[in-house]
Ligand binder design. Sequence first.
Ligand code: RB5
Length: 149
Amino acid sequence: MTANKRIALSSDHAAIELRQAIAAHVEALGWEAVDIGPTSPESTHYPKHGEAAARLVASSDCALGIILCGTGQGIMMAANKVKGIRCGTCADTFSARMIRQHNNANMLSIGERVVGAGLAIDIVDAFLNAEFEGGRHATRVDMIVALES
Ligand code: RB5
């Protein structure tokens, strides 16, 4: 596990409450939650919030990122446009574990309208407790990284 214990969190208006619950949860686990909002329930645009969290991860300011929108899909697509980001949307704990173990994901996306709060917390735990396995998976992740240049 990395020494950087900072997790970037952002969402759009659809997932503010769940994002704040996840921020509190990761803080209780000993991580520093870098929650960049928004806090207003006003309708907003998920790409800018996904990008903002992704930039914190890509710059190594934060080791990992957790982002949310209604489905988790749009904000994930935006985050994945930032160089260095590997973000997966998960609605189950198996996928959340595997995106770390096999894909070396550095960001997790969750859909507030897809999963309940209890499952969302379990998904976060699965993601945070897993570690990249390297080996043959490193070759494949390197191939993903090569697509960026
Ligand atoms: C907002 O209504 C909704 O489109 C957004 O939260 C997300 O689901 C997009 O992918």
